[in-house]
Structure formats: C-alpha cells, structure tokens
Design a protein around this ligand. Sequence first.
Ligand SMILES: Cc1cc2nc3c(=O)[nH]c(=O)nc-3n(C[C@H](O)[C@H](O)[C@H](O)COP(=O)(O)OP(=O)(O)OC[C@H]3O[C@@H](n4cnc5c(N)ncnc54)[C@H](O)[C@@H]3O)c2cc1C
Length: 394
Amino acid sequence: MSEKQLPILIAGAGPVGLSLALALSRAGIPAEVFEMDAELNTQIRASTFHPKTLEMFKEWGVVDEIIQHGYKVDQLQYWERAPRRLIADFSYASIADDTAYPYRLQCPQHIATRVLKPAVEATATGKVYMGHKLIDFADHGTHVTARFETASGIVEREGSYIVGADGSHSVVRKQLNIGFMGKTYEDRFLLIGSDLKTEDLLPGAAQVCYIFDPQEWVIILNLPDIVRVVFRMTDDENEEVAMKEETLRARITNFFGKVPDYKIKTTQLYRVHQRVADTFRVGRALLVGDSAHNNNPSGGMGMNSGIHDAANLTEKLVRIWNGESYLILDDYSNERRQYAVESVQLYTDQQYNNMVMSAEEERERRNKSLSGAASDPAKARAYLLRASMLEERI
Ligand SMILES: Cc1cc2nc3c(=O)[nH]c(=O)nc-3n(C[C@H](O)[C@H](O)[C@H](O)COP(=O)(O)OP(=O)(O)OC[C@H]3O[C@@H](n4cnc5c(N)ncnc54)[C@H](O)[C@@H]3O)c2cc1C
C-alpha cells in the first residue's frame, strides 16, 4: 500500500487523540484511534476551553455541540483572600473584536470527548477502536507497524505514522527513550465539586475566580451543573483525613465562612507536573498532548495546547500528503515544543506563582499590575488575548 492509503495510527482517545483524528479525517487523511480502555475516560479533569480551541472546533464542525454542553464565562477575576478584596475584574468583551468566541467555555473534558468520538466515526476515513492497548511499535522507514492488546488477543496494524496521544505515561515516548524533564510541584490540588453557587461562596464573585493566598489559595470554576473549588493542599496533610466528608466541609467553611446547605458531588486530589519531552518527533513517530508536555493546570492550558498540537500536526501532514517532504514534521516538533516551554509553561508557572506569592512588596506589585491591566482597555485586551492563547493577535 502507498503511504497515502495507510492510516495515521493514533494511540489514545483523550481529547487530543480524538481532535487529531477528527482534523485529519475531515482533511481526507485516514486516521485510526486506539484506546486501551473499553469506554472513554470519565475522570474529573479539564473543564476550560479557550477561544482559540473553540475556533478550531468550529473548523472541525463540533463547536455548536460542545458549546451546548458548556457554560460561557465572560468574566475573570483575581481576589486577595485576606483582607478579602477584589483586585482585578477582566471582561471578555475586551476581545469581542478579536474572536467569534469571546469567553472561556467551561465544559468537562469527558463530555467533549463524547462529542468528538462520534464526529470522528461519522467521517469517511476516521475510526476509533476501544479496548486496544498499544504495546509497542516498529518504524520501518517507509511505514510503521504497531501491536495492540485486545480482549481477543494481540492485533497488529500498519500505518504511515504513529502518534502518541497516550497521555503522560506515553508508551510511544517511553519506547523511543525520549527524555521528559521538568518538575513536580510540592503542593497537591484538591478539587471539591458541589451544588453551591459562586455567590454563596463569595458575594460578587465571577464564574471563574482566582483567590490569592500564600498559605491556601483557591480557584473557583463554574460548570453547567456544578461549582468546582480547587484548594491548595500541602504535603504534610494526611490524604485519608483530608478526603473525609467532614474535613472537606470544614475546609470550605474555614475558607469561605458559613455557606447554605449543599451536596458534595465529586472530589479529586492530584499532583501537578511541569514537564516537556526532549523532542516531539523521532522518525515516523510523533507525540501530542500530555505525552509531549504536562503543565500546571492554573490557567487551563494543558488540554488546550494539546488540541493546538493536533491542529499544527494536521496542517503539516496535509502538506506532506500534497507532496512536501516528511521532514517538515521537525517544524511541528520545534514549533510546538517551543510554544510549550516558552509560552504555556511560562504563563502557567507565573499564574501559579501569583497565587502563592508571600512577600508583601511582591504582592503589592502583582496586585497593582493586575488591577492596572483590568482598568485599561488596551491592556485588558492584551491580557485576555494572552490568557486565551491568542497572543499572536496582540
Ligand atoms: C483536575 C485537572 C484539571 C485540569 N484542567 C484543565 C483545564 O481546565 N484546561 C486544560 O487545558 N487542561 C486541564 N487539565 C489538563 C488536561 O486534563 C490534560 O492536558 C488532557 O487530558 C490531555 O489530553 P490527552 O488527550 O493528551 O491525554 P489524556 O486525556 O490523558 O488521554 C490519553 C488517553 O490515552 C489512553 N492510553 C494511555 N495509554 C495507552 C495505550 N498504551 N494504548 C492505548 N491507549 C492508551 C488513556 O486511556 C486515555 O484515554 C487538567 C488536568 C487535571 C488533572
């Protein structure tokens, strides 16, 4: 078979693998996704879709359906915990002339993947195979072969390229011995999802708020039927005790004061990493999304930047299908690696440092800079374009 008849093999049906398959198959390039689990993941993970990602979803024909499942947030606030006060209030109206989607869409990632998968399957050349765990692959120079473990034994598939969209423990990255350098943050993040309203927690609060405090910062995120409150949890706290319902409730009261009766709907405790693969390409194997980079979730850019990897890689593969050398895949690797390090990691680390900043002088400088940006229309526009991953439009 010629290269063009062989599919691109994609390991992993997360938001990034499915986005890549959708973009490729809509461009007429055959793409097959192999997911190790029998069902799509339901874990509580990303919820923020930035305007640039929504623009891509528009191009791939899924934006209306995803928006239908989400909550449009057009205001972003920063607060000081003590004494409690609003520092900066950004309105996405500032970027209304820059994008058709001047808001953050809050929609759980596991709902978005449930829109993406049938969209891939509705194309003529896109397929998704569940219960197929990538074990290993071989790069034959002109094509690749990969072996998958399934309920009925090992199956082998041929493809033109293999893409690791298989998350932070990527088999593709490990088989290629690609370094994955970076750091793990000392704090853990504790997410409590409840039926509380933002107003119940903090009168005057917007649907997305970052509340700064050197000891215990908080992020509030409104989703369609749940409010997520993310707390900092230090390493010395016992996990078992912290996850007890009474401790979770005490944490909310301690931070926000007395709140109306509520139900805790979900909890999640997780560690945060900032890592990047040494390269996103070796031969006919490529990395996208969390297999290539892990980011601090402050700012909500991890999944978004993975979906942008998928768009960039699709653009390169379309050019290769039209006759260009496959060596332009090095441009994919260089461009996206540079963006991960110099943009996403820099921004998310800065967001995180802002939340934990303790020196009085630094905090004052931070507050002045944020309130100055929010109250000046040109600065507010630039700030929100950056926060929306649209910095090239500044
Ligand atoms: C609590 C939390 C909140 C977050 N919030 C945000 C946010 O608001 N915005 C944002 O942009 N990011 C956020 N992130 C990060 C975001 O969730 C990840 O960046 C995103 O899931 C990466 O998508 P992915 O498709 O690359 O990988 P994953 O979502 O990890 O998907 C990988 C898939 O590959 C499958 N797989 C693994 N190994 C194999 C194998 N050998 N063979 C076949 N399949 C395999 C897995 O089962 C999985 O389905 C958050 C993360 C967490 C934990």
